[in-house]
Design a protein around this ligand. Structure first.
Ligand code: GLN
Length: 545
């Protein structure tokens, strides 16, 4: 029988519920359990694909093409649980399903209500991941206890224990225990209130994970235990991690959280073996190199917009024992101040994906600078399209070369709409999405990094390289290092006469793990390390002279 863990959050948002859920998944998987992860989001959009990255951060794409919440990125970085469309549901999807059923007449004669129709639909999706091949499903409930939007989800997880048996469910509540400087103490009252709200709806948490700046004393834990009706060993503190998010599983296992869950659910599990994880933390703590990487994007100030890219750069660093210092550069700042001012000192330049015209010229200037100065360059999705525009304009001399996303009447549409996109009008879930195969060219940098001829990577785009221009690009020195297997779509472009210039139409950042860095991110950081070493060698020589 599959067991269920429900993770809720209280007091404030952004407590790192996703990270904590992912870490729990990682610990249980490490102990030999078969885990599935799921997130339920209370907003009404059907998926985050139609939201601005300012609102919601990055849209995380799965192999099956679903556009999901960025917490699913944590799940995939920490665990090997296969994620699918069933791993992320929103209020919008739940209501849409219920309304469609109502229209089909499935509830004939009934008044359709939140309880039981909406809650039944939620319980249906809670059960979707359970099965003979699954020991534990971890379901994270988005939002904060007390939000109007979360109510039906909380009601559904309460009812779920009645359906499957209380002994098969664990409720974990994440809260904040703030430290008040003026009083010189940690305050437990917000936690008491938050648990009070949960208990009002009939959920008694089994475990409290208290996010805090300072470790809780025995007395503070005892107080929380008493007021919240939780055994003292189930009051766990999770201190802010200054160094790395990859330390979270360690501190949870130090607090014996995995043991607690396994005991409560009556599971049989193997011992914990954190050798791999310790090795990666050791690499992070004791780097041998340092590199500076500029990420030139249009949401530079909002770090969640490029979450997986920042993580994947870090993974590339782990691979080379390099500390990666990321400089978030606004592409509009490049337009104003010039690439040289902002990018002269970096060891690598990455231009990420995006939509819309704002900031495009700054990205093109950054790429031109990387190309001309021989700075390692990695372009992703829109970053690749900008690399093509830059090369078209400045190397081939196609004046005004542009993507038709930004200028429908450009004289040189080097990037144009995919054929399959031409008749699509709806915006939600209609791009070229999810895993698609690509064939790599022999002797390319991509082939060298991956160490294989065929790969599968995740996509999210409407525009592509315009095949009418293939000949002139190849003749001018841009090579197509990867294409769709039939050769029809350009997937990777490279410059042979450059130390490392690779740009891809897909999103490799979604498939990078700290213990298995993505080959292209590893290759890019490797090239940046090389450049840094060459430059410091030259500087030393110059000093001696
Ligand atoms: N806007 C571009 C397109 O739709 C790039 C998309 C992206 O970077 N994800 O093709």
């Amino acid at each position: 029988m599959t067991k269920h863990i429900f993770v809720t959050g209280g007091v404030v948002s952004s407590l790192g519920k996703g990270l904590t859920s992912a870490s729990i998944g990682m610990l249980l998987e490490n102990r030999g359990l078969r885990v599935r992860m799921q997130k339920l989001d209370p907003y009404i959009n059907v998926d985050p694909g139609t939201m601005s990255p300012y609102q919601h951060g990055e849209v995380y794409v799965l192999d099956d093409g679903s556009e999901t919440d960025l917490d699913l990125g944590h799940y995939e970085r920490f665990t090997n649980s296969p994620l699918t469309r069933d791993s992320n549901y929103t209020t919008g999807q739940i209501y849409l399903a219920v309304i469609n059923k109502e229209r089909r007449g499935e509830f004939l004669g009934q008044t359709v209500q939140v309880i039981p129709h909406i809650t039944n639909e939620i319980k249906h999706v809670l059960g979707k991941l359970a099965g003979d091949d699954v020991d534990v499903v971890i379901t994270e409930i988005g939002g904060t206890v007390g939000d109007i939007e979360s109510q039906p989800f909380l009601e559904a997880i309460r009812q779920y224990a009645l359906d499957v048996g209380k002994e098969n469910c664990v409720y974990i509540h994440l809260t904040l225990v703030p430290y008040l400087k003026a009083a010189g103490e940690l305050k437990t009252k917000p936690t008491q209130h938050s648990v009070g709200l949960l208990r009002q709806i009939g959920i008694q948490p089994d475990v409290l994970i208290c996010r805090t700046e300072r470790l809780l004393s025995h007395d503070e834990r005892a107080k929380i235990a008493l007021f919240c009706n939780v055994p003292i060993e189930a009051v766990i503190d999770e201190k802010d991690k200054e160094f790395s998010i990859y330390e979270v599983p360690m501190s949870l296992s130090d607090n014996r959280l995995d043991e607690l869950i396994i005991r409560k659910l009556g599971l049989e599990a193997g011992p914990l073996d954190l050798t791999d994880w310790r090795e990666l933390l050791d690499r992070l703590h004791h780097p041998r190199h340092r590199v500076r990487i500029a990420v030139v994007g249009k949401y530079a100030e909002h770090h969640d917009a490029y979450k997986s890219i920042y993580e994947a750069l870090g993974h590339g660093g782990i691979d080379h024992r390099a500390e990666v210092h990321i400089e978030r550069i606004h592409s509009e700042a490049v337009e104003k101040q010039g690439a040289e001012t902002l990018l002269s000192e970096v060891d690598g330049i990455l231009v990420p994906g995006g939509f819309g015209e704002r900031g495009i010229e700054g990205k093109v200037q950054a790429i031109q600078f990387a190309r001309q100065q021989g700075i390692p360059f990695f372009g992703i999705c829109l970053g690749m399209q900008c690399a093509v525009i830059e090369f078209g304009r400045h190397v081939i001399g196609l004046d005004g070369a542009q993507s038709t996303e930004f200028d429908k009447k450009t004289p040189h549409p080097v990037i144009c709409l995919l054929d399959e996109q031409k008749n699509i009008v709806d915006m939600g879930g209609t791009m070229r999405l999810g895993a698609q195969p690509a064939a790599l060219a022999p002797d390319s940098k991509a082939r060298e990094c991956y160490g294989r001829d065929d790969v599968s990577e995740r996509h999210r785009h409407r525009y592509e390289f315009n095949n009418d221009y293939r000949r002139s690009f190849v003749e001018a020195g841009m090579s197509f290092a990867g294409t769709s297997p039939d050769g029809g779509l350009v997937e990777i472009v490279e410059l042979a006469d450059h130390p490392w210039f690779v740009a891809v139409q897909f999103h490799p950042e979604f498939k990078s793990q700290p213990t298995r860095p993505h080959p292209l991110f590893a290759g890019f950081i490797g090239a940046a390390v090389q450049r840094r070493e060459q430059r410091s060698g030259q500087a030393e020589k110059a000093e001696r002279v």
